[in-house]
Design a protein around this ligand. Structure first.
Ligand SMILES: C[C@H](O)[C@H](O)[C@H]1CNC2=NC(N)=NC(=O)C2=N1
Length: 100
């Protein structure tokens, strides 16, 4: 698959509608920390996110401790951010709201 790496201006633009996500220092990834009421809610979020990731064929780097989920999104094949990262970020935001 051909991945089009976003430039600085495009990343800044996409970040405006990805509230809660922060850009890594080197600009190659976005990250968000999700907190849920308990482990069950965190894991349900991860399940919904995993299904969204499969649909997009784009996968998160993440870790889970109890009710916390740390997510980092980057496109390995492009060694930077692409449209897919922001699409997955939006899907994960919806998954956190239980709507995905
Ligand atoms: C063949 C398949 O499309 C690729 O291996 C996909 C799978 N998921 C992926 N996920 C992420 N985050 N980056 C990738 O480059 C990537 N590549």
């Amino acid at each position: 698959m051909k991945y089009e790496k976003l430039d600085k201006a495009a990343i800044a633009d996409r970040l405006q509608t990805a509230s809660g996500w922060t850009l890594s220092e080197d600009g190659s990834a976005i990250a968000r920390h999700f907190v849920f009421t308990d482990f069950g809610e965190a894991f349900a979020f991860m399940t919904r996110s995993a299904l969204a990731a499969e649909r997009l064929d784009h996968h998160p780097e993440w870790s889970n401790v109890y009710r916390h989920v740390d997510v980092k999104l980057t496109t390995h094949a492009a060694q930077g951010l692409t449209d897919l990262d922001f699409r997955l970020a939006a899907a994960m935001d919806r998954a956190a709201g239980g709507r995905d």
